[in-house]
Design a protein around this ligand. Structure first.
Ligand code: ATP
Ligand code: MG
Length: 412
């Protein structure tokens, strides 16, 4: 028999994988870029990440050999994805908590467990829990009726931010009304749609930071250096690791806060604690994400252990990896779809990019180009934060727009 016949006679690609390797299967709910990059880390550990994806064209479904097609609100699809897996985890926080509780009762190893995940799913419960734990957060209140927004602002002052309690991402579900009239209109419209809302003080920010940690069921915790995150239009655009000019005191405070929260909430897996650094030098928690996070993409090239590998290690209760940075500075810049798709094909843009910046590390997600859509990111390492940031932003903009914002000319 010729070798190709032997290969072709195998029962299925996934069946082979499990028989030959006896390595665990991790299930991730959601087929987006976070699952795609987690699969990339799973490959190195001899695994194949099983993903529950909406379509076979989702970023992770394109690359994993173990795909369940279905939606995260369908309990039957969740059960199918969970069958036989060692750990059941997420690339987003939108699975209904009650479905997760049923899966746990059926013996599925949901990581993070629903009692912890709920604080990443529900911004009101998160604000209340953190307050209870003595962790500083912006002043906030639940919005049960339109009048609650004005009542909160009268007490705490303008400006305020109105937020959907559940389901927001990339700034969708966050409104910053200019005045009382606009606030009332937003609240009226969203409440009529059945969107549960909270209102909070708009914090005078010096900048935004993120504390990324991971925790295993054994209780081991690991923290990466605190990073600065730059948002544009409510969406993460750039991450600088470590955060430039952050005092040792604030860095230690942020790191200890994140590790303590992970332990107190019983988190399993990676967790990002999004932080506001106020103008007067205090830290407030904005929100929690219990999964790999945009603020941790720099670790793919800039740390000994990437957040994706660490997430897998955590949910499988493996010992955690070394989080030391491999360069003094790493900057991540998101590749966001341009307002109009450039004529130059992405393949050609990559040629030009690599010609100018041979050291830029490109990560593309297999997504179509649409305005402001996250389609990839670039990591650049170096020693000077300003210089590294300039190069990372030039590179990311070039990939999305096919133009150099500094006027650089390949023939010049
Ligand atoms: N209370 C606030 N004061 C000042 N700025 C705020 C406040 N809340 C949110 N923002 C700004 O809006 C951005 C998005 O808010 P938030 O993180 O709550 O929304 P999200 O859509 O869940 O975010 P993500 O993109 O992380 O999923 C924040 O990163 C910050 O720039
Ligand atoms: Mg956020």
């Amino acid at each position: 028999m010729t070798p190709w016949r032997i290969v072709n006679s195998s029962p299925s690609r996934t069946g082979d994988l499990r028989d030959s390797a006896s390595l665990p299967v991790v299930t991730m709910i959601g087929g987006g870029q976070l699952a795609r990059m987690t699969h990339q880390a799973a490959i190195a550990l001899g695994q194949c990440l099983r993903v529950l994806a909406e379509t076979s064209n989702d970023p992770a479904a394109q690359v994993s050999a173990d795909v369940v097609i279905g939606t995260h609100t369908d309990l039957a699809a969740l059960r199918k994805a969970a069958a036989g897996s060692s750990a059941f985890t997420f690339d987003h926080e939108h699975v209904p908590t009650e479905h997760l509780e049923i899966l746990v009762a059926e013996g599925v190893n949901v990581a993070p467990p629903p009692e912890a995940l709920v604080f990443a799913q529900d911004k009101l419960r998160m604000r209340r829990k953190l307050t209870e734990l003595g962790v500083p957060v912006p002043a906030f209140a639940e919005v049960r009726s339109t009048a609650d927004v004005a009542a909160f602002a009268d007490k705490n002052g303008w400006p305020v931010v109105v937020k959907a309690i559940r389901g927001g991402y990339d700034g969708r579900g966050v409104w910053m009304p200019a005045d009382a009239g606009e606030a009332e209109a937003i609240a009226t419209e969203q409440l009529a749609r059945g969107v549960a809302l909270l209102v909070e003080s708009k914090v005078p920010l010096r900048r935004e930071l993120s504390a990324m940690v991971a925790r295993s069921p054994f209780g081991q915790g690991a923290a990466w250096p605190i990073v600065e995150t730059v948002q544009r239009d409510g969406q993460c655009a750039v991450v600088i690791a470590p955060a430039p000019d952050l005092s040792d005191e604030l860095a230690t405070e942020a790191e200890e806060l994140a590790l303590r929260l992970a332990a107190d909430l019983g988190v399993v897996g990676a967790m990002a604690v999004e932080l506001f650094e106020t103008l007067d030098g205090r830290l407030l928690v904005n929100e929690l994400a219990m999964r790999p996070h945009n603020s941790g993409h720099w670790t793919m090239d800039g740390s000994r252990t990437s957040q994706f590998e660490q997430h897998l290690r955590s949910v499988l209760d493996y010992p955690l990896g070394d989080t030391a940075p491999v360069a003094p500075v790493t900057v991540m810049a998101n590749v966001l779809g341009a307002p109009e798709v450039p004529h130059m094909a992405m393949d050609e843009r990559i040629h030009h990019l690599f010609a100018r910046f041979p050291d830029a590390k490109v990560h593309l997600y297999g997504k179509g180009e649409r305005p402001a859509r996250k389609i990839g990111h670039v990591n650049v390492m170096g020693t000077d934060a300003a210089d590294v940031r300039t190069r990372a932003e030039l590179a990311a903009h070039y990939l999305s727009h096919a133009e150099w914002t500094d006027g650089w000319d390949v023939h010049g």
